[in-house]
Design a protein around this ligand. Sequence first.
Ligand code: FAD
Length: 421
Amino acid sequence: MKIAVIGAGAAGLAALRHCVSGTYGDQVVCYEKTDQIGGTWVYREQTGFDRYGLPIHTSMYKSLRANLPKEVMGYPDFLIPEGPVSYPTRTQILDFLNIYCDHFKLRPYIRLLHHVELVEPVAGNRKWSVKVKDFQNDAVAIESFDAVMVCNGHYFEPMIPNIPGQNIFTGKQIHSHDYRVPDFFNGKKVVVMGAGPSGMDLALEISKNANRVILSHHLTETIDTVFPENVVQKGDVVELTEREVVFADGTKEQVDVVFYCTGYKYSFPFLAESCGVRVDSNMVTHLWKHLVCIENPTLALIGLPFYVCAFSMFDLQVRFVLRHWHGERQFPAQADMLRSEAEEAARRAERGLQKRHFHMMGPEQEHYYSDLANVAGITPLPPVLSKLHNESSMRFLKDLVHFREDRYKIIDDYNFVQLSR
Ligand code: FAD
């Protein structure tokens, strides 16, 4: 098969690795719009737009250390090497991705500075036309493929809630996508909106510079972790005035900065409507197993689920897709795939989850991984990954300030130990 891979982040590299591994003898081209591999792990001081007029992709900030131990952050058969700490820095992860890329000799297949502008099914849906802008040669080309793996990430298009008064607020408003270093917050009063991993991490980071940090979230209970004294928790922000934020309980606070840590939108600006993929309230649909486009199954979207062991899941998803594309497993009938998606949506809705939580895994990840492995008949991920992921997420919530001092060691497919700090 001739396969296009869009993006050379951790997902695109996993896709490329299995496409070129020799198992199937596929031809593959990986298009990467920036000048480097590594995706969101590439730190760039610049925010806004790059020299080619494209929005900056990465959301990486300078001080970032992973919020998961390296023991769960490698690929299934290519682990992050042993070291004295479990929680790697962003540079260590980027170095690791470069080592992975070189180890599997992937660079010859990667076309840097190639921006995919349009993907559409052609020839009665039997082929894909991929239109690419080559920034180096300032040229546009259209190539034809049998299949496409979309690996463009989902932490680049900021989600900013609509709040009355946003247009009259005279302070600064910034999204975490554009955050790099804390200096900007020196001596300021800041409301951080959102208590996901970024909101929690960044509230802590800027508390060293800011005068006062208000962590606003809609969790029904106060987050039970020890924050520095200048960090307080409040409910949702419901309105902004010229200088104040108004909270759901009616209280008001004067602030200098509204810092949106409100997450990201799934976005596939290059997929033509005829591809059959839509984003509905941040649920990507219609997909089989969060992965395969039901209307055109030779299109796969790698990496959508979140709160997962990301690199291992990418590897598993790619192997799943290739087994099907190469006929070792058959896709179910379209109606059955649609039913499976609808049933999962209904199960999640029954549990009170909104559409935007459709791809959230967390405690469900083990079930998702084993389902993929069983259905495709491929080597499963060791269950210890999900176990350690869930343990680490719990420690993150309980002890935000110190959890990165924890050290873990995986001892077999099911067990890990926590080493002394
Ligand atoms: P990306 O890394 O975003 O890569 C996508 C690539 O596609 C980019 O290189 C982009 O330039 C390219 N691209 C996009 N559109 C096009 C196009 N049209 N044409 C050509 N190329 C294109 N995960 C963890 O496991 N542990 C962590 O501690 C962790 N911390 C994180 C911290 C932050 C601040 C963020 C934002 C994410 C974090 N993640 C973490 C999640 C992280 O995104 C994943 O681990 C993983 O790196 C995502 O890989 P990806 O390849 O799917 O996407």
